[in-house]
Design a protein around this ligand. Structure first.
Ligand SMILES: [Zn+2]
Length: 212
């Protein structure tokens, strides 16, 4: 085998050919899928991303959210920002997976940090949806116990805690030790709260889907 022939079947070369086919008519898209499939089987991340997005959008192939999710997850695991953006959309809309706005927010934020245009606006939009959900949820639940899940405050123990939770001045963050309830001190540093600073109730951890 000469060097030229070898490079023809390299993942990079298969990927390039696939992308070239994508520029053609719709009938060329199916050929693009073949090339990208061959390249992605070698673990070539750009091919996994493109193929994942094609399955997500039903371009050149029948739409297949499971395939899209697997391919994009693997590429996102290698910090591919476009794959993270695709995954964020799947989590936000619940395409083939359970809808999860917190995961959507995390992936949009990653993608934004890595320079994907528009991702920051998406992150802001999803954050606002989460905020609205949280407010509605907290107002509808008994003010009795201070409960947090792996992602958010689930219930407030007293009126002052409720007000702070509604104003986002006390909130849940992910730390290296897991989720913690925090507030900010006067210098703006986050301080972990083990109990309510107003009524003294201890923070309890509950499942995200706890019924009240
Ligand atoms: Zn309290």
């Amino acid at each position: 085998m000469t060097n030229d022939e070898r490079s023809d079947t390299s993942p990079e070369s298969l990927y390039e050919k696939g992308m070239e086919c994508m520029k053609g008519s719709v009938s060329d898209h199916a050929r693009a899928v073949d090339y990208l499939n061959a390249a992605s089987k070698t673990g070539y991340i750009p091919a996994m991303r493109e193929l994942g997005l094609m399955y997500l959008n039903g371009m050149g192939v029948d739409r297949d959210y499971n395939r899209a999710f697997d391919l994009l997850s693997e590429a996102a695991g290698s910090m591919d920002p476009h794959s993270m953006y695709g995954l964020a959309s799947m989590h936000e809309k619940g395409l083939g997976i359970d809808k999860d706005l917190y995961k959507a927010l995390r992936f949009f934020a990653f993608a934004a940090n890595m320079g994907i245009f528009g991702a920051e606006m998406d992150a802001d939009r999803v954050e606002e949806l989460i905020r609205t959900d949280r407010r509605n949820k907290l107002k509808a639940r008994p003010v009795l116990n201070l409960e947090i899940s792996d992602v958010d405050i689930e219930a407030a123990c007293c009126k002052l805690m409720l007000d702070n939770a509604l104003n986002d001045t006390i909130y849940v963050i992910e730390t290296y030790q897991g989720p913690e309830l925090v507030s900010e001190d006067e210098d703006g540093f986050e301080v972990v709260l083990e109990k309510c600073p107003f009524c003294g109730k201890k923070v309890k951890r509950v499942l995200r889907n706890k019924k009240y």
